[in-house]
Design a protein around this ligand. Structure first.
Ligand code: ASP
Ligand code: MG
Length: 458
């Protein structure tokens, strides 16, 4: 509940809703989202992603040495996605003009970038998907009778200048959102962009791929919202990836702690940082499908009615395991510090760690493939100055998520006995009450998840 800065009237609940790329992929999809907003009057801030596929095109445009012909082709493809939506709207001419102006600006930036690449221009280019989708979605909202107004999120989303992965200045965001955004909510539904921000120099920045969820959570925090709704293309969070087993089912309610572990350990449904602002301010998060809003979804909140030992199983592929081994580690202090100094220098973040008397095993997540290359080429050589090093690829991380797992006595029987025919390379247990995870060979991963799901979620 919050007081409107306009006229001091008491407004009811405030929900910030985010619609992902597939939810705003075309006119029909946008229309479904507009009706979701219309039917839920507490939704007064709408955060949109770029229409599906657009950001991937922009990634190519933001690279160096892209030929004129390829640039033109990509821009034509982006334009086609927008035009398909515009054609379904009233007064298409005006909107078309606005989109064309944005595309001209985009073409200029892309041409500049192909000659001389900068991170700053890359982010400016990457921002166009959300700039366009927010423009079009505002019109779609109006077409269903909702008084929507587009708002440039860059006027409030203050970040540092780490282009491509900018860090948001949360306090400044809160002040600016209270001043510039909140007063509008008294009589408008504000439509704004996920993923993008602005640095102190006035340049556009981006928060990292998939960052719109995180933007929405930050805005919910800054506006003191009562709820955050993430509308996507699945009917909530599942007990495991439904592509692995048809037995997977949607979860009605899950705690912040469990959901954060899931997001971190590979359940692709939310950007992993999304829950941080929500947890900080205790804002419940709803995840549902914009295709089937009537089917409900998953509610993520601080306290939930049931806290089962086993809630879900997440799977993350392409893990790299590095084992460092040194007899000198025996009774030595400072060895690990040296290992970590090398990793920190290369900005590699370690996922899991296990140790023995003379060796330490570390895992790395590999979402882009570049981590693997970096480890193989440089990091191993530097580590070899200190100790023996071995590197294994082709592993998957299985994370069993639930409650009180650190105090559960039958994990051996419930989990490890079930997969005894699989070679388990590493087990991590004890650090978090919410997860137990282990590495298995890539080819065994699906089978392991299926088998565990069958026994833990009967
Ligand atoms: N459009 C951005 C991306 O595709 C941000 C997002 O969709 O969350 O990564
Ligand atoms: Mg997304």
């Amino acid at each position: 509940m919050y007081f409107s800065a306009f006229g001091g009237g008491l407004m009811s609940q405030l929900t910030v809703a985010k619609f992902g790329g597939t939810s705003v992929a075309d006119h029909q999809a946008m229309l479904r989202c507009a009706n979701i907003v219309k039917n839920r009057p507490e939704t007064r801030v709408v955060v949109v992603s770029a229409s599906a596929g657009v950001t991937n095109h922009l990634v190519r445009l933001s690279q160096e040495n892209v030929s004129t012909q390829e640039r033109e082709q990509i821009i034509a493809e982006i334009k086609a996605i927008q035009v398909n939506i515009i054609e379904q709207l009233e007064q298409p001419q005006k909107l078309l003009g606005q989109i064309e102006a944005l595309l001209t600006e985009l073409a200029e930036l892309a041409s500049q970038q192909s000659m001389q690449h900068t991170g700053q221009t890359a982010d400016a280019i990457m921002s166009f998907g959300e700039q366009m989708s927010s423009l079009l979605f505002t019109q779609v909202l109006r077409s269903v009778g909702v008084d929507g107004e587009r708002f440039d999120v860059r006027d409030v989303m203050a970040t540092n200048s780490l282009y491509g992965k900018a860090v948001v200045e949360v306090d400044l965001l809160a002040t600016q959102a209270q001043q510039k955004l909140l007063p509008k909510l008294a009589d408008k539904v504000v439509v704004t962009q996920g993923f993008i921000g602005r640095d102190g120099l006035g340049n556009t920045t981006t928060l990292g791929r998939g960052g719109s969820d995180y933007s929405a959570a930050l805005l919910a925090e800054a506006l003191n919202a009562d709820n955050l709704a993430i509308w996507t293309d699945v009917v909530g969070i599942f007990t495991t990836d439904p592509r692995i087993t048809a037995q997977a089912r949607a979860i009605d309610e899950i705690s912040f702690g469990e959901a954060a572990e899931m997001a971190t350990f590979g359940a692709k449904i939310l950007h992993p940082a999304t829950l941080i602002p929500a947890m900080r301010c205790n804002i419940p998060v709803f995840v549902g499908s914009s295709k089937e809003p009537e089917r409900g979804g998953t509610r993520i909140q601080q306290t939930v009615a049931s806290n089962p030992t086993y809630r879900s199983i997440a799977l993350r592929r392409e893990q790299t395991l590095v084992t460092v081994k040194s007899p000198a580690m025996l009774h030595a202090s400072g060895f690990l510090a040296k290992v970590f100094a090398i990793l920190a220098k290369h900005e590699l973040s370690v996922d899991l760690i296990t140790t023995s008397e003379i060796s330490v095993a570390l895992t790395f997540d590999n979402p882009t493939g570049s981590t693997q290359a970096l480890i193989n080429s440089t990091v191993v050589k530097e580590l070899e100055q200190l100790c023996e090093v071995s590197v294994e690829h082709g592993l998957s991380l299985v994370a069993v998520i639930g409650n009180n797992l650190h105090q559960t006595s039958d994990l051996g029987e419930q989990i490890f006995d079930k997969v005894e025919d699989t070679v388990i390379r590493m087990i991590c247990h004890g650090a978090s009450p919410n997860n137990v995870c282990f590495l298995v060979p890539e080819q065994a991963a699906n089978g392991v998840v299926e088998k565990l799901h069958d026994t833990l979620f009967v």
